[in-house]
Write a protein that binds this ligand. Structure first.
Ligand code: PMP
Length: 406
């Protein structure tokens, strides 16, 4: 058997059998959110049908089962990321919440004169929380520029990293360009100058093997829904020493040890950062999504997605008037482009009528659009279940766009 049988894999995803406008669905908007395999959908409904209960509190049987499954998912995520300790895995709503948690809690250490370093290819959720923190703390935001291939400018990171840099926040894989950043090297450089590093892994986790100990990142954030899991659940990984030293973020149930009106003491990690009833079903199903990916083998998945991108890039470069946005040497999963004389939204609308789902817009990365001098791009983003045949469908639909506009 081939190491990766995409037709077999496709049968695991019920939605892929759908038709839109009486055409087979060609789903190429995976960077926005991925589809879910049957095992994840079943896992979530099994929870609601068999053992729905609140966790960490009830002594009754269902509550124990729910708690065990939720905490087993945490253990799975710990192994998936190769985190040193289970309490370093904090459940959150998604990448956005993870970054806001760090900005609100760790950010309390920042003072006027301190600097936060990000890059010009960040998603808005890895820009705006830092701007808000700068407003609160008096710290300054500095930005590493990108070049015309969509890579960080050589040496620019080192040059902007200084004595005053307290925090570096950088994406592992750009959602607008597909660029893979050399985060391990950047983290080592940041540490050498005394800064802590948060990596936005929202796009990276479905495509790249992530080992947080090998990277040596201080924080790593991602969303469940982009890695074949549910929406409304995500993870903040943080080194235990840092998380322990950080003040709690939200207050409420589960994050406390003892509450009196005079004084409240906080729970141990990770519960200190998990106030209130969480997305229990989502956490459990995120574990199932990772198990699904593990069973396929991320190295096979990555090779398949690499092939799709190479194939699509080859077809794209043969089209007159098509300009690729993002041509980094090291990239995966994302083909972003503009067509001469046609607005990205018009492209998206015509593709949609052909059953091809892509994203047209600024991809929550407006500074990237400004850098390339375009209002928006068309973005086809690949997942493990996409095929070369679907890439062909994309380009057949693009030929229709040309017909309409000439
Ligand atoms: N960072 C990157 C690189 C992303 O692609 C996204 C989602 N588009 C986010 C952060 C935000 O993720 P979420 O909306 O799931 O919080």
């Amino acid at each position: 058997a081939p190491p990766f049988d995409v037709e077999r894999v496709r049968r695991d995803f019920p939605i892929l059998g759908r038709r839109v406008y009486d055409k087979p669905l060609v789903y190429l908007d995976n960077a926005a959110t991925s589809q879910k395999p049957r095992s994840v959908i079943d896992c979530e409904s099994h929870y609601y049908e068999e053992y729905n209960a609140n966790i960490h509190r009830g002594l009754h049987r269902l509550s124990q089962e729910a708690t065990d499954a939720y905490e087993a998912a945490r253990d799975y995520i710990q192994r998936f990321l190769n985190a040193a300790r289970r309490e370093e895995i904090v459940f959150v709503r998604g990448t956005t919440e993870a970054i806001n948690l760090v900005a609100a809690s760790y950010g309390q250490r920042l003072q006027p004169g301190d600097e936060i370093l990000i890059t010009a290819m960040e998603h808005h959720s890895n820009i705006v929380p830092w701007q808000l923190l700068c407003e609160r703390s008096g710290a300054a935001l500095r930005v590493v520029p990108i070049d015309d291939r969509g890579e960080l400018m050589p040496d620019a990171f080192e040059h902007r990293l200084g004595r005053r840099t307290r925090l570096v926040a950088i994406t592992h894989l750009s959602n607008a360009l597909g660029t893979i950043n050399p985060v391990k090297r950047l983290i080592a450089q940041a540490h050498a100058s005394g800064a802590v590093v948060l990596v936005d892994g929202a796009q990276a986790v479905p495509h790249l093997k992530v080992d947080v100990q090998d990277l040596d990142c201080d924080f790593y954030a991602f969303s469940g829904h982009k890695i074949y899991g549910p929406t409304g659940i995500g993870v903040l990984y943080g080194k235990a020493a840092l998380l322990n030293a950080m003040p709690p973020w939200q207050g409420g149930g589960d994050m406390i040890k003892q509450v009196t009106f005079a004084r409240t003491t906080y729970n141990d990690l990770p519960y200190k950062f998990e106030a209130g009833t969480p997305n229990i079903a989502g956490g459990i199903a995120l574990g199932a999504a990772m198990a699904y990916l593990d069973a396929l083998g991320l190295e096979h998945v990555a090779a398949h997605e690499h092939d799709l991108l190479a194939y699509a890039t080859g077809l794209a470069t043969a089209i007159p008037g098509l300009r690729l946005i993002g041509t980094a040497a090291d990239k995966t999963g994302i083909l972003s482009f503009v067509l001469d004389g046609v607005h990205a939204h018009d492209v998206g609308t015509i593709l949609d009528l052909e059953g091809v789902a892509v994203r047209s817009g600024h991809h929550c990365a407006m500074p990237v659009m400004v850098h390339f001098g375009v209002p928006a791009t068309v973005r086809a983003s690949f997942a493990l279940y996409n095929t070369r045949h679907e890439v062909d469908a994309l380009f057949a639909a693009l030929a229709k766009v040309r017909e309409v506009f000439t």
